[in-house]
Design a protein around this ligand. Structure first.
Ligand code: MRU
Length: 367
């Protein structure tokens, strides 16, 4: 996507990294998402350990992007030492960095499978190539999701009397959460670019505010009309006919269509169900975990630090980014980062192969 007329992807490799400035030594450049929306800063990583920190601290985040970041983490690891023992250790460290999004496991396993079959001396070049391929594929998958989702929005909008089509989204499943385009926001960008009158309700998405700080920033940069709402407002808006469709992303979807996504998604699905508002998840195939069937019992939900609930960051009137406490000093906070929406509450899943009922994913992915 473009920022101020310049094309960016959220992650890319570049030659000549590190203190050596040796052209055969590669590094990885990311957009530091912890600084948005107030500062747009690129950040360079030269070592596996730096990539692990970037994933844990959410400088890079969003299921497809942490898959891509893990792939580049493996490339950085191979550059340090390409033997089997080091690769296995690197893979485990990456797998432990964030547990819920299955894209990370998918990417690490794909890198391991590719590299372990090669002689040690050819692993480094192959690792950078494979990670770049994962990124390119992500862009293609998300673009296809955008086109399938566009059809869905066009059909729904054609049955509506009023000119504006209102879509509610939760968290950030835009291009910042992927390599490009996004998952839930890809259909929205496609519809906006096709000239449709789209307006987006952006859930703030406490505690880390990915909606208020990232989704709102993205939509603003692309010129898509949007309004940030508190997480508690969606149900009220649905009751008053102000939401035509909900589209969210996902961190892991079971083979039966249970959707694990950012905490709070389940409550939106309940409200949508009660108000007959169609609720869609936009899901590229690396987000589907074919090995599991029951989202509630089979998905590890990441528990993050309670401080993310107790404290909040923002821009002061003086232009400084500051963090302040919002809870009483001795109150404990807990912070489950994701929840699971059972497939019975999901109207459909938008994939790169088309749209299907949540419990019919296998009909699109017979292979
Ligand atoms: O904790 P995060 O910010 O990595 O969580 C991200 C989400 O839950 C997104 O909705 C999900 O990854 C969407 S996929 C583009």
């Amino acid at each position: 996507m473009k920022i101020d007329e310049k094309y960016y992807r959220t992650i890319k490799a570049f030659p000549g990294a590190g203190s050596s400035k040796n052209a055969s030594f590669w590094g990885v450049e990311i957009i530091d998402q912890t600084k948005l929306p107030h500062r747009f800063e690129l950040f360079q990583l030269n070592k596996l350990v730096e990539m692990i920190t970037a994933i844990k601290t959410m400088q890079v985040r969003g299921a497809p992007l942490i898959g891509a970041a893990a792939a580049y983490g493996m490339a950085l690891a191979v550059q340090e030492n390409a033997d089997d023992g080091h690769l296995a250790k690197a893979a485990q460290l990456l797998l432990d960095s964030r547990p819920t999004a299955v894209n990370l496991r998918w990417a690490v396993n794909r890198m391991l499978n590719k590299l372990s079959s090669l002689p040690i001396e050819s692993r480094c070049k192959a690792a950078w190539q494979e990670a770049a391929l994962i990124c390119d594929e992500d862009v293609t998958l998300n673009h296809q999701i955008g086109q399938h989702g566009l059809g869905l929005i066009q059909t729904a909008a054609s049955q509506k009397q009023t000119p504006t089509f209102n879509i509610l989204t939760h968290c950030n499943a835009g291009w910042l959460a992927t390599v490009d385009w996004g998952t839930a926001l890809a259909p929205i960008y496609a519809a906006h670019d096709a000239g449709m009158n789209i307006h987006v309700w952006v859930d703030e998405t406490r505690p880390r505010n990915q909606g208020a700080s990232l989704t709102a920033w993205e939509l603003d940069k692309h010129g898509v009309p949007h309004t940030v709402i508190s997480d508690n407002a969606g149900g009220h808006l649905m009751q008053h006919g102000q939401v035509d469709m909900v589209i969210v992303g996902a961190d892991r979807v079971t083979s039966t269509g249970d959707v694990c996504n950012k905490i709070g998604t389940y409550l939106k699905a309940l409200a949508a169900f009660d108000n007959q508002v169609p609720f869609y998840a936009a899901v590229p195939s690396p987000t589907i975990d074919w090995k599991i069937q029951d989202g509630l019992s089979d998905i590890e939900i990441e528990m993050r630090d309670g401080d993310e609930v107790s404290y909040i960051s923002g821009l002061t009137a003086q232009g400084e980014i500051e963090t302040i406490r919002v809870t009483p000093e001795h109150s404990i906070a807990i912070n489950p980062a994701f929840d699971v929406t059972p497939s019975k509450l999901v109207t459909g899943i938008i994939t790169e192969r088309g749209v299907c009922a949540a419990n019919a994913l296998k009909s699109l992915f017979k292979d």
